[in-house]
Design a binder for this molecule. Structure first.
Ligand code: COA
Ligand code: AMP
Length: 630
């Protein structure tokens, strides 16, 4: 079948489409129907089924006689570890950890925070929660204690599972002090913590609260898979919104596994026994869907990579991992390829390694620029597929579905909508715009299985953030267009979310931190264009009256404050002191215009600007930090 037939087939009968996709899952009690719309516009999928995600990702492959195949391959160019874990071993390890968690009181529905680096134990912790029906919430290691504390208070975990440390190329990330500080800061206190002690750093445990990963499991009865309802939350994953309070994206179990299983064959062309690698982090949605659950549901091998595209130790490390593991489909962020391209423009490192069965490179997380795609096409000779999705959707909204049909690639476009997504471009009044015209990208409700049904403990915020602007649609927060052939183009965010090195960050959250500096009266943060990272945050500070300290000192303190409060991942390194910010007469800061000035791009003088002279002041200030060059 061609893509068009599959997409039209879904449109004609979505219920039949998803019930058929559901057949690839082992159900304890099968669903009576796919869509549950009695609470519309809040929709649920396969709600009356009983199922277990861990069974489907692990145990059923062992039952099928594939226990000796590698499930997880750990590759750490930082520690030089390379080790495979078979499905049978994984089953044992996960059942044992789940048994220990249960012995300490973790049950179905309890939340467990996981704060771990890229080691197989992070996946084991996720799967152990899934085994018990506990709801995991993984927190990215690049976030600081305050961000962890915010998440602890929001999802009130019974337990936290962490590692003693993470390893960045230039430093050891001391997880344990960050964890201790976060628990100290949070109002909610977990009952206990489980610490995986890495040999690079043995953390000091707090008697009575912290347990050693291994000792904790000693002599416990392994846990079996606990049946959960189809609409039972599998996990909560926090993502950046417009404010400092992150959004807790909820993923329901049945829709999550049905959708991911469908994507593995149809988008990535991956089946049992194949080898798949998503070079992301378990702390992001890509890590949830395509390092942990997706490849394991398919019975494929997944790679857990602890390293960077460059500098660990060289720009050929990705290709070495692909060669040594005979990777079939590879998934990374455009920024990673840009980093490699910068160090290896002629692909000398690429030539050193065999590609074996590499069939395609998938890109997501940010817009894939044509130069980078062409560079990869030239050096790999395989399709380089941009696909577009969000933490909220959990899987691709638009892609080039390699497992169905390889569609012609159009540079700058993540191709076409996937079944389940009726994507439309709307004007401000919510009317569809003609092909080729820019507008807000929205998806007709209901969203397909695997997408967010709501935000954790925040249904009102869910409605306000996503459903209220265009009734009957989900508002993606992205702007763009659809061309005559139905190809989508994602151009920009419509909110204050920026994308730095494939990481989604909130300028609003950074502004909240800057505003807490005692000398700062007012501030703004924008995302300026960056050749490597896509965007980079720039801060503007207006100082309180009477402050006459050295500006460089204040900027330095602000940079440190953001790093300490949000984390190194915010990559907030540049700020300038200004007297005024450009605003509309109603007081709205003209961030879009500031971005154009920073990027030296032409802009239209906003009709509502209060005082146009401020723009010149902003330009001069930006020039002092290397931006707004003519
Ligand atoms: N734990 C702790 N700190 C982390 C971290 C983690 N898991 N991940 C990143 N950081 C830190 C980095 O060490 C860096 O700290 P520094 O300021 O002390 O140098 C900071 O956060 C910023 O990191 P990053 O923006 O990633 O920049 P970088 O210069 O270290 O690396 C790239 C640049 C392009 C190589 C890197 O960003 C990259 O590989 N990006 C791809 C991202 C990706 O795959 N995203 C998933 C979306 S699909
Ligand atoms: P995240 O939730 O971290 O996955 O970030 C989602 C956002 O990243 C989207 O809303 C887009 O703004 C951006 N994004 C992700 N993938 C793409 C892509 N392929 N092209 C353009 N933007 C993308």
């Amino acid at each position: 079948m061609a893509y068009k037939d599959v997409y039209e087939g879904w449109k004609r009968d979505p219920e039949a489409f998803w019930m058929e996709a559901a057949q690839a899952i082992d159900w304890i009690e099968p669903p009576s129907k796919a869509l549950f719309d009695d609470k519309a516009p809040i929709y649920e999928w396969f709600a009356d089924a009983k199922v277990n995600a861990c069974w489907n990702a692990v145990d059923r492959h062992v039952e099928a006689g594939r226990g000796s195949e590698i499930a997880i391959q750990h590759e750490s160019p930082i520690t030089h570890a390379t080790k495979g874990i078979t499905y049978a071993e994984l089953q044992k390890r996960v059942a044992s950890l789940a048994g220990a968690l249960r012995m300490r009181g973790v049950e179905k529905g309890d939340r467990v925070i996981i704060y771990m680096p890229m080691i197989p134990e992070a996946l084991e912790a996720m799967l152990a929660c899934a085994r018990l029906g506990a709801v995991h919430s993984v927190v990215f290691g690049g976030f600081a204690a305050h961000e962890l504390a915010v998440r602890i208070d929001d999802c009130t975990p019974k337990a936290i599972i962490a590692a003693s440390c993470g390893l960045e190329p230039n430093r050891v990330v001391h997880y344990k002090p960050l964890l201790d500080e976060a628990i100290e800061l949070a109002e909610h206190k977990p009952e206990f913590c489980v610490i995986f002690q890495r040999e690079q750093e043995v953390a000091k445990l707090i008697e009575g609260r912290d347990f050693n990963w291994h000792g904790f499991q000693y002599g416990v009865k392994p846990a079996e898979c606990v049946p959960v309802e189809g609409n039972h939350p599998a996990y909560i994953l926090y993502t950046s919104g417009t404010t400092g309070q992150p959004k807790g994206v909820v993923r329901h179990t049945a829709g999550h596994i049905v959708a991911l299983q469908w994507t593995m064959k149809n988008i990535y062309n991956i089946e049992a026994g194949d080898r798949f690698w998503a070079a992301s982090d378990v702390g992001w949605v890509v890590g949830h869907s395509y390092i942990c659950y997706g490849p394991l549901l398919a019975g494929a091998m997944t790679i857990v990579f602890e390293g960077k595209p460059v500098g660990t130790p060289h720009p050929g490390v990705f290709w070495r991992v692909i060669q040594n593991n005979r990777v079939k489909s590879f998934f990374t962020a455009p920024t990673a390829l840009r980093a490699i391209k910068r160090e290896d423009p002629n692909g000398e490192w690429i030539k050193r390694y065999a590609k074996h069965e590499l069939q395609a490179i998938f890109l997501a997380g940010e817009r894939a620029d044509p130069d980078t795609i062409q560079w990869a096409q030239k050096h790999f000779g395989v399709p380089v597929i941009d696909h577009w999705w969000q933490t909220e959707t959990g899987w691709a909204i638009a892609a080039n579905p390699l497992g169905i049909e390889e569609l012609p690639i159009k540079l700058g476009s993540p191709s076409v909508p996937m079944p389940g997504y009726d994507v439309q471009v709307l004007d401000d009044a919510g009317h569809p715009v003609p092909a080729g015209e820019l507008g807000a990208i929205a998806i007709k409700l209901p969203l397909p299985p695997g997408t967010l049904p709501t935000l954790w403990n925040a249904e009102e915020r869910f409605r306000k953030s996503y459903l209220d602007t265009f009734p009957g649609y989900y508002e993606t927060g992205d702007a763009g267009m659809i061309d005559e052939d139905g190809y989508l183009y994602i151009m920009a965010r419509t909110d204050d979310v920026i994308n730095v090195a494939g990481h989604r960050l909130s300028t609003g959250a950074m502004e909240e931190v800057l505003a807490s500096h005692p000398d700062v009266a007012e501030c703004a943060v924008i995302g300026a264009s960056d050749a490597l990272k896509g965007q980079t945050p720039l801060g503007f500070l207006i100082l309180s009256a009477g402050v006459n300290r050295d500006h460089a000192e204040i900027v330095k303190e602000c940079v440190t404050l953001v790093r300490d409060q949000i984390g190194p991942v915010a990559a907030f390194k540049l700020a300038v002191v200004v007297d005024r910010l450009p605003k509309t007469r109603s007081g709205k800061i003209l961030r879009g215009t500031m971005v154009s000035i920073a990027d030296s791009k032409p802009y239209k003088m906003p009709a509502t600007i209060d005082d146009p002279a401020v723009l010149d002041e902003i330009k001069v200030a930006l020039q002092t930090i290397g931006y707004a060059k003519d």
